[in-house]
Structure formats: structure tokens, C-alpha cells
Design a binder for this molecule. Structure first.
Ligand code: GLU
Length: 580
């Protein structure tokens, strides 16, 4: 997550650099629409839409371009979750292409002498690299639901990688934050450092290695990544990391079989309802959909729209706290654990949880007992009440629709800024450190296991009303993803804000921790003071939270694409035809 200074960087950026002024964080029109945090990525999506591609094709094109221009938050070295509304079938599906732990992984992978190892020492190392899922996810998306092949959708990203892109203030700042990690690895230093220091704003970065990787995938398809020279290069980079002279770090283990055996999962979306909307979110192994849905179920019993804003926001914070207590206790990879999701999502269970909320801010809520609300009560798990484990906050989210009504809401990541810090030699992409999303020690449903997917917070969401897409929302930000999505829905539906206001409003993130996270500049405001009267306490070191992107399908048939107006250097929203 970026420091307070970054907000200032983002603001000064829009004054100093000409092209940024042209960025449009809100656009309304007809035909397809796209919102991403990268101007080039939104342009790539629009180019594919204008060339006859559908929303799925355009989403992959945008994602591939983000892999070039925002290489520290996403890329083919990582994984993600895609939620798709298929207009022809009028249904929502999801593609889980989360990274998996290699077959050699064990529950003791992050223990030494029975104690959890230092978190940061695992982050900047190949010990936390999960088997990447992104290319497999794109392949499933394109072959099942797209209309174009890799060759067409990767073309715009290849151009950007070949021609290069200008380093922005934020890019430079993130590189500086990760200098020590990047100094560990020779190919990473070569790409993103100059004489061991972060690239400066304005520098042109070309990435011929990434262009080469994309070309090989365009040529050889999904196998080029999972079985060919790229796979060999990944395995080599994990097992014998390309350390810079004199450097060392922890080392993991991955085999060619780990890559060849990687599978994406087509999963049923998690469906819940909220005040007449159907909310489709990501099921496990992401905790995103379930936690957002539980909190909304709790909120649904309050007449929020008739309350003073502070009262409603107090309830939003408390609902989030309770949902997070359950998330932290129960949720993990569904192929390894029988999590009580049906109980957690029942309206009756939410009614019980709601009773725990009063006029005072809660402190460290305990997990509830959803088992009485499950249809099948045969295998109860004991809740494992863990403190919120350290989680980083990065990633990227994009959203696209097309003229035929298909809609994509897509969040993907390499986990920390710059992932493990390891650029795969010859191929210019960073490997993830997703395995740090496991709980390092148990007992806990989310402990490491071979082949398991670490629990995520990613929450790409599509909401329907009267059977038709109404809006989409998603964000980066580690566990704050959940609160950003939840708060934006609350702002939009309950506080009645237009989506751009709902996105730009100050973010308040309660994850059942010691104090509530807020953004720089919030603490002294009237809004904050009104909440403090309920007893809310703010985290001492505010940071910018998230970078949301959304679409709204308006009653008159137009679509409004919304990106961040201030955060992360301003996003880019585009529509195929502007106006009505
Ligand atoms: N690894 C995180 C997750 O899956 C996303 C990375 C981030 O946003 O920091 O929830």
C-alpha cells in the first residue's frame, strides 16, 4: 500500500504531466465500456472492442497490458479471479486461476523450529512463489467465452512492451519502496533499477522479455507457458533464483510437473441478495464474495437510507468487523476444507450477528457459529480464531462490458508490490509471492498444503437487478479489497451516491483488528469526528486504500465506466461511443 505521500504524488502528477490531464476517470455512452487504472490498458480493451472482440477478449487484452505497465501489481507470474456475466445465457460464471502451492509444499513450509518464519524474509524469496495461474485463466476465458485467440488479444500489450512506457511518479515510488527486494535479483535490478536505484519518473522502460513471453504464448498457446521454455525458465528461477552477486534469500521448490498440472477452476459464483439486487461474487478460495455478502446481509436489517450518515457508517464498520471475524476463522480453499459458507450466508445467521451491534464501536469480535444455519450439519469445524495475519495490499482490478451485454469483473495479482521480486530471466515478468497468503501456522483452515490455493480477499463483483446487470465493482488492496467493495456498494445503494462519488469517498476499513484503517487526511474531518463519537479508533498511520473500477448500467441503456478520480494517479474509463 502506498504511503500518505503518494496521494500528494498523484495530485501533483495530474498537474505536472500533460498526458495525465487527458485521463478520464468517468465516461458515459453506449457500446462497450472499460475502466482500469492504466491508460494503456483501457486503450487496449477499447481497441479489441472496436475490432469486434467481446468483453472477455477485451478484459484479457487489458490485463495483459496491465502486466506491462503495472508489473508490480499483476501479470502472468501471478493469478486471479474473473467473474463473467454471459448475456446470451443470462448467467454468471467465475474463473478461479489462483496460484497453487507446489506438490512439494507442506504445512511446515513456513515454520522453523515450530515457529512461523519472518514474514518479510519469505516475501522477497522464491519460497513463496505459487504455481502461476493467470495464463491458464486467460486461456479458459478466451476458449470458453471469448471470440478471439491469444494472438489477437495479446497484440496491444506486445506493442506497449516493445515500444515502452514512461515511468510515472507512482511507478518510481513503488520501485524505490522495493529497492532492497529488487537488488537481490539480477534480472529485476537490470529492468527496474539504474545503478541500484529506482528508475526515475519520465524514464522509458521497454520490456522485450515480456514481449517475447507474450509472443511465445500467442504462438504456442497455453502450453507455451506451462510446458515449454517459459515453464523451464520459471522452474529454474524458483529452484535456483537469479541472485545478484553476493545476494541470497530463501529458496523454494517447483517442478515442471507443478506447472504442467496446473488447472484453473470454473466455479459457480457466490450469489447473495441485497435490497433487490443480486450480488454475484467470488467463491472460495477467495474470501471476498462470502465476506462482502455476510456483511451486506447484516446491514440489510437496518434502515440505513433513513439514518444520519454517521449512524449508517457506524453500522457499516460494525457489520464488516463481524463478517471479518467469521472470515478469519473459517474460510480457506474449498478443496481442502469444508467451510460453512451456506450458514455464513444465511439471512437468519445474519440476523443473529446483527444483534451483536449496538451504538458503541465493538472491539475484536469473536467468530459466530454458523453451523445451525447450514443445511448439512454433519461435519462441523471448530472455529479457529486467529488474529488477522499480516497481509499485503496491492493487486489490480479492471472491468469491461461489450455491446452485446457481456460483462467482466476481474481482479488479478502477484501479491506484494513486485511479488517475490524475481523477474524470470529472459522473460521480463515478476513471479508472485502468493503463498504468503497462507496462515503460516495452524491450527487453521488456511495452513499451507501441497496443491492448495491460499485464501484470497479478491472480490470482483457483478450486481444484477431485475435479472439484468446493474453495476460491477472491484478493487486491489489485500484484505481491504473486501471493505472497499463493501463500502462502495453501501455508498451507492444505501447512501445514494452516484458511482463516481461512491468510489471517490474516503475509505474506512474495519477488518476486526485493533483499529480501523483510514486514508490520509480523514482523521480530522467532521465525518471522522462524528464516527469517533461512536467510539471508533483510527489506525495511526493512514494510507491510501484500494484503486476501484466500476461500471453502472443506466436505466436509459447507457453505461457509465468509473475509475479512481484521485487514487493511484487517476484511472482511465472509456466507452465505445460517448454520450447518449
Ligand atoms: N494476495 C491478495 C489476495 O489474494 C491480493 C494482493 C493484494 O491485494 O495485496 O487477497
Amino acid at each position: 500500500m502506498k504511503k500518505a505521500t503518494l496521494l500528494a504524488c498523484g495530485l501533483s502528477l495530474s498537474i505536472v504531466l500533460g498526458p495525465v490531464l487527458a485521463r478520464t476517470p468517468v465516461a458515459t455512452g453506449t457500446g462497450g465500456a472499460v475502466a482500469t487504472i492504466s491508460e494503456q490498458a483501457s486503450n487496449s480493451a477499447l481497441r479489441i472492442l472496436n475490432g469486434g472482440g467481446n468483453a472477455i477478449d477485451a478484459a484479457v487484452a487489458a490485463a495483459a497490458t496491465l502486466g506491462v505497465t503495472d508489473p508490480f501489481s499483476c501479470g502472468i507470474g501471478g493469478g486471479g479471479f474473473m467473474v463473467i456475466y454471459l448475456a446470451k445465457d443470462k448467467r454468471v460464471i467465475t474463473i478461479d486461476h489462483r496460484e497453487t502451492a507446489p506438490a512439494g509444499f507442506t504445512p511446515a513450509a513456513f515454520l522453523e523450529n515450530g515457529k512461523p518464519v519472518d514474514f518479510e524474509s519469505v516475501v522477497a524469496s522464491s519460497a513463496s512463489v505459487g504455481v502461476p495461474g493467470t495464463v491458464r485463466g486467460w486461456h479458459e476465458a478466451l476458449t470458453r467465452y471469448g471470440s478471439m485467440d491469444f494472438k489477437k488479444v495479446l497484440a496491444p500489450a506486445i506493442e506497449v512492451a516493445d515500444k515502452g512506457y514512461q515511468v510515472t511518479e507512482i511507478f518510481s515510488h513503488l520501485t524505490a519502496q522495493n529497492e532492497r527486494k529488487f537488488q537481490l535479483y539480477a534480472p529485476t535490478s537490470a529492468l527496474y533499477l539504474r545503478n541500484g536505484k529506482a528508475v526515475q519518473p519520465g524514464t522509458l522502460i521497454r520490456n522485450p522479455g515480456m514481449a517475447r513471453a507474450y509472443r511465445e504464448i500467442a504462438q504456442g498457446g497455453v502450453k507455451a507457458f506451462y510446458e515449454g521454455p517459459i515453464a523451464r525458465a520459471i522452474v529454474e528461477a524458483v529452484n535456483k533464483p537469479p541472485f545478484a552477486p553476493g545476494k541470497s534469500a530463501r529458496t523454494g521448490r517447483m517442478s515442471m510437473a507443478d506447472l504442467a498440472n496446473y488447472e484453473a477452476r470454473i466455479r459457480q459464483p457466490l450469489r447473495s441478495t441485497y435490497r433487490g439486487y443480486e450480488i454475484y461474487g467470488m467463491p472460495l478460495p477467495s474470501s471476498g464474495g462470502a465476506t462482502v455478502a455476510e456483511a451486506l446481509n447484516i446491514l440489510e436489517g437496518f434502515e440505513l437510507s433513513r439514518m444520519p450518515r454517521a449512524q449508517a457508517e457506524h453500522l457499516y464498520i460494525e457489520a464488516s468487523r463481524l463478517a471479518f471475524a467469521d472470515r478469519n476463522a473459517y474460510l480457506a480453499d474449498p478443496e481442502y476444507i469444508d467451510a460453512p459458507v451456506a450458514g455464513l450466508l444465511s439471512k437468519e445467521y445474519a440476523a443473529q450477528r446483527r444483534k451483536l451491534i449496538n451504538q458503541r464501536a465493538g472491539r475484536s469480535a469473536a467468530a459466530g457459529d454458523p453451523y445451525g444455519y447450514q443445511h448439512d450439519q454433519s461435519v462441523p469445524l471448530r472455529p479457529q480464531s486467529h488474529r488477522l495475519q499480516l497481509e499485503n495490499a496491492h493487486t489490480t482490478h479492471l472491468t469491461v462490458s461489450d455491446k452485446d451485454g457481456n460483462v467482466v469483473s476481474y481482479t488479478f495479482t502477484i501479491e506484494s508490490w513486485g511479488g517475490s521480486g524475481i523477474v524470470v530471466p529472459g522473460y521480463g515478468f515478476l513471479l508472485n509471492n502468493e503463498l504468503t497468503d497462507f496462515d503460516f501456522s495452524g491450527p487453521h483452515p488456511n495452513v499451507p498444503e501441497a496443491g492448495k490455493r491460499p485464501r484470497s480477499s479478491m472480490a470482483p463483483t457483478i450486481a444484477l437487478k431485475d435479472g439484468k446487470p446493474a453495476f460491477t465493482i472491484g478493487s486491489p488492496g489485500g484484505s481491504t479489497i473486501i471493505t472497499t467493495v463493501l463500502q462502495t456498494i453501501f455508498n451507492y445503494i444505501d447512501l445514494g451516491m452516484p458511482m463516481d462519488q461512491a468510489v471517490n469517498a474516503p475509505r474506512i476499513s474495519e477488518r476486526n483488528g485493533e483499529a480501523t484503517s483510514i486514508e490520509p487526511g480523514f482523521a480530522g474531518t467532521e465525518q471522522a469526528r462524528a464516527l469517533a463519537r461512536f467510539g471508533h479508533r483510527w489506525e495511526a498511520d493512514p494510507e491510501e486504500i484500494g484503486a476501484a473500477n466500476a461500471l453502472v448500467f443506466n436505466p436509459d441503456g447507457t453505461v457509465t465506466a468509473v475509475s479512481e478520480g484521485k487514487r493511484h494517479g487517476v484511472g482511465t474509463a472509456l466507452v465505445q461511443r460517448r454520450g447518449h
